[in-house]
Design a protein around this ligand. Structure first.
Ligand SMILES: C[S@@+](CC[C@H](N)C(=O)[O-])C[C@H]1O[C@@H](n2cnc3c(N)ncnc32)[C@H](O)[C@@H]1O
Length: 274
């Protein structure tokens, strides 16, 4: 058993074979018996793996489709409200409004009378960020946000629009009169987030690059920054298979550190265990 010390080491087919081979060492068997056993176990394992994958894909597609339709209907109902709400929070708001944080507060239980520390990954023109500022009115609350506001190979939404998005963001935070409570980092989340203080944020919103690897990385990096009992929200759970895969991978790996998980309006709400 010296060859295979940890489970994570046998992650390719040849290593699985190596594991089975080393398991059978020590038993008195003829070469052909042991070869048969290896073949049988190996085939069984392959069967299990392929059944698992097929099942997962089918369940995932059905579930994804059903929730996607429900989510789209809810979003359509909310969209009209969100445009009118942003006018309420920032009268001359310029640029994109996707959705606002108003739908969060029946779900997350954070006291608005105390100062909070908030982090938003992916800020665009600041619509959601401003709505969060308007909810947590304590003067000592701090709202930090990260966005490179530039085109890059991993993310091509808003191509050629990033500099006007950034201008709009600066204009909007000034117009909202929240400029003094907002700290922005014009950079990529993978460069900024690891440098922030551990276990110090009450609420973190992940809405940057929506590709699976980036969503997973943002989840992992920001979870460490969250206070025990704090909330992490992923946007766009049903946006694409890739986004959902990133969020699901995070959920699988961190389930033992999560005390609450709610999926509502296409967003995934996670409360970190104490
Ligand atoms: C869907 S928009 C964010 C919407 C915003 N949260 C709102 O509610 O208005 C996605 C943003 O993520 C930014 N982004 C893309 N890759 C990023 C990265 N690696 N780190 C941080 N932000 C990123 C984009 O520039 C874009 O502004």
């Amino acid at each position: 058993m010296d060859e295979v010390e940890t489970e994570s080491e046998y992650n390719s087919e040849s290593e699985v074979i190596k594991y089975i081979q080393s398991e059978s060492e020590g038993e008195i068997q003829s070469e052909s018996e042991s070869e048969n056993m290896i073949d049988e176990e190996y085939n069984l394992l392959l069967e299990k793996i392929s059944n698992f994958n097929v099942l997962k894909i089918e369940e995932h597609d059905l579930e994804n489709n059903k929730h996607h339709i429900e989510w789209k209907n809810k979003i359509d109902q909310y969209q009209v409200q969100w445009y009118s709400y942003i006018e309420k929070y920032c009268p001359n708001f310029k640029g994109y409004v996707w959705r606002l944080s108003d739908s969060w507060y029946p779900i997350i239980n954070i006291n608005t009378e105390l100062p909070i520390r908030y982090l938003e990954i992916g800020t665009l023109c600041g619509a959601n960020l401003i709505s969060v500022c308007k909810h947590f009115t304590h003067p000592d609350s701090r709202f930090e946000c990260v966005d490179p506001w530039e085109d890059h190979d991993d993310y091509n939404e808003y191509k050629y629009l990033q500099s006007s998005n950034f201008e709009n963001f600066l204009y909007n935070i000034k117009e909202s009169k929240e400029e003094n409570r907002i700290i922005y980092y014009k950079n990529y989340s993978h460069s900024v987030v690891p440098k922030l203080d551990d276990e110090s944020y009450d609420l973190i919103y992940v809405d940057g690059n929506h590709e699976s690897f980036a969503v997973l990385e943002d989840g992992v990096n920001s979870f460490r920054k969250l206070k025990p009992g704090g909330w992490l929200i992923f946007d766009d759970y049903y946006f694409s298979d890739s986004t959902k895969l990133g969020i699901d991978s995070f959920l699988y790996c961190y389930s033992f550190k999560i005390m609450n998980k709610i999926i509502e309006y296409g967003q995934c709400f996670i409360q970190k265990s104490f």
